[in-house]
Design a protein around this ligand. Structure first.
Ligand code: ZN
Length: 351
């Protein structure tokens, strides 16, 4: 549907301006002027909110619209009155129209590109270097409110290195014994609780060339860096927490500082650290987007299952040429609106 035909059909060629003033917005959508937004009015709000930069409306199922309506109809009388609308407008509509967006660039380090854990030697034979150009393009052209770069940053005796496998006691339930362990095997180390660990080649050792961000990656003058995996005994795939959730990096605090609503995740490796970071971002409550052409991974099946799981948790996956319009609030996805509504419901229940 073109912008023009949308207008002709009477649901307006509405842009962000339509949502600039709360009372005007309420009056515009309260079609019968009874001072209440009913479910049909709410459907028109969704149609106006959830569209792309060309005015094409995204479909949003009746079921999801009903669920969201129920979240904003706090007294459950079947209408959103002006008081309820204030909450809806401040906490939901405003954030959808004016998101605060952060880009997380995960582990674009030499070792994953041409070093000891080069993705080109892994199952999927992907080339990690290919993410650099589209990521640089995003950094150059998209007005993100913040950009963070994570670095896998291991001490020499790190638990994930195959050559360290004999340094720790293997638990009796481990599927593989230390002296038989091969690269990419999973072992269980003794401890309270025992730790399941995949064995990788020695990689990203602190202050080594392999741990440096690739020289062609644009990071600007004073980049926001997040280091992970620096505890010898615990691996850290996510840029938020280590795998045992014993400690947090500073990433969540950095995102809170800028009041981020939306988190875009890209980098290496898709099915390991990118996926783990993105799933954690959702769990924390961020509207989260993975950028498909800005990520490369280890194993095709794992990349597919990472994507599937992420979408089931209300994340979305886009290509990098779609990001700018989303960050500028001109392309507004129903999946992200739904995710935000679910977060508001959770907040309500906890308050
Ligand atoms: Zn690592």
């Amino acid at each position: 549907m073109s912008q023009q035909s949308a207008d002709l059909q009477g649901d307006g060629g509405r842009g962000a301006d339509e949502f600039a003033d709360m009372d005007a917005c309420f009056d515009a959508f309260d079609q019968d002027g009874d001072g209440k937004i009913d479910f049909a009015d709410f459907g028109r709000i969704c149609a106006a909110l959830f569209r792309n930069d060309k005015g094409i409306v995204y479909s949003c199922s009746d079921e999801k619209q009903k669920e969201m309506f129920g979240i904003f109809d706090q007294n459950k009388d079947g209408f959103i009155d002006r008081t309820e609308f204030k909450f809806c407008w401040n906490k939901w509509i405003k954030k959808i129209v004016r998101p605060v967006s952060a880009l997380l660039v995960i582990d674009v380090q030499n070792d994953f590109i041409s070093g000891s854990l080069s993705l080109s030697n892994c199952d999927a034979k992907q080339n990690g270097e290919e993410v650099i150009k589209p990521i640089n393009n995003l950094v150059d052209t998209v007005p993100f409110d913040g950009i963070c770069y994570s670095l896998d940053w291991h001490p020499a005796d790190h638990v994930s290195f195959i050559d360290n496998v004999g340094k720790r006691k293997v638990h009796s339930t481990s599927p593989v014994r230390a002296d038989q362990a091969q690269l990419y095997d999973t072992v269980i180390f003794d401890g309270k609780p025992p730790t399941t660990q995949k064995l990788w080649p020695r990689h990203c050792v602190q202050n080594s060339w392999g741990a440096e961000l690739h020289k062609d990656l644009k990071v600007g003058k004073d980049p926001n860096l997040v280091y992970k995996g620096s505890n010898s005994d615990v691996d850290s795939y996510s840029a938020f927490f280590d795998n045992k959730r014993l400690s947090r990096t500073g990433l969540h605090d950095k995102l809170k500082e800028i009041n981020a609503t939306d988190v875009y995740v890209c980098g290496l490796a898709y099915d390991v650290c990118v996926g783990s970071t993105a799933v954690d971002a959702l769990a924390i409550g961020f509207r989260t987007i993975m950028i498909n052409d800005c990520a490369r991974g280890v194993n095709f099946d794992d990349i597919e299952s990472t994507k599937k799981r992420f979408i089931e948790l209300n994340g979305i996956i886009v290509e990098s040429n779609q990001v700018k319009a989303m960050v500028e609030g001109r392309d507004r996805r129903p999946e992200l609106g739904y995710k935000l509504a679910l977060e508001l419901k959770k907040e309500e229940q906890n308050s």
